[in-house]
Design a binder for this molecule. Structure first.
Ligand code: F6R
Length: 244
């Protein structure tokens, strides 16, 4: 539990930098699982700062994002492809071909092959060294909405009404929010060697309590993380305020 989101985000950025340096010292690429949304923005800002002022190199970094709305053009304002470019990729020395984000444009009949290949690419690299997560007010991680099973893999998911309502501001109105998204599965996330879930603000306090102190249940997909061997929840005082 950190004083505020800035302190917490700096600590997470330091952990990511350490992994990058450690893997690179071994002559291997660091494989990062990344999230979008408002929560990780300060982590990305700090990584950019570390790149610009401390020479942190992303030349040997490979990234996999959790999710993308479906359908969604990559240059649309709400696209997670665009988000990642604006918040991180455009400001560091990462190789564009090393940045993977679920498709928002492939036709439906090609999706299941895409999803299998997404998983296979991660596996071929030896898995994710770290997965960064936010959490939805309904307990989702990635876009694994309530009801998602512990063995779920990268797939097309129907978005929960809570998720669509929370995104309505970004899209101008609820009807404009896509009904579906392509997301990494719970199992894909659980296989990461390290998982760091960030949650900031009072509006996350209730779901944080449920995820950490409640029963492990498909009703709160983040509760599955209780079974991960190397997970940390990074909170500010507001999101931790309902923990006992
Ligand atoms: C984003 C993602 C989502 C968000 C969650 C919280 O890639 O997978 O699970 O992390 O909806 O969103 P914010 O951070 O905007 O509160």
């Amino acid at each position: 539990i950190y004083k505020d989101a800035s302190e917490a985000s700096k600590a997470v950025a330091q952990e990511i930098a350490k992994i990058i340096r450690h893997k690179n010292a071994l002559g291997k690429p660091a494989v990062l699982g990344l999230a979008t949304g408002s929560t990780p923005k300060k982590v990305y800002a700090e990584l950019i700062r570390l790149h610009k002022t401390e020479g942190l190199s992303f030349e040997n970094v490979i990234t996999f994002n959790l999710d993308e709305y479906y359908p969604m053009q990559p240059d649309a304002v709400q696209s997670y492809h665009r988000f990642m470019k604006e918040q991180l990729f455009n400001h560091i020395n990462i190789v564009p071909e090393n940045c993977h984000i679920p498709t928002g444009t492939l036709p439906l009949e090609k999706l299941s092959i895409f999803c299998k290949e997404y998983e296979a690419q991660i596996e071929e690299l030896g898995g994710l060294d770290i997965q960064i997560l936010g959490i939805g007010r309904n307990g989702h991680i990635g876009f694994n909405e309530p009801g998602s099973l512990v063995n779920s893999r990268t797939r097309l998911m129907t978005l929960d009404i809570t998720t669509r309502m929370d995104a309505a501001g970004d899209f101008g109105s609820l009807v404009k929010v896509p009904r579906r998204a392509v997301t990494m599965g719970v199992k894909s996330i659980m296989e990461a060697k390290r998982v760091v879930l960030l949650a900031f603000g009072e509006h996350k306090a209730k779901v944080i309590k449920e995820a950490i102190e409640g029963p492990v249940s498909e009703k709160i997909p983040a509760s599955y993380l209780q079974g991960h061997q190397n997970v940390r929840f990074i909170l500010d005082e507001a999101s931790a305020s309902e923990l006992s």
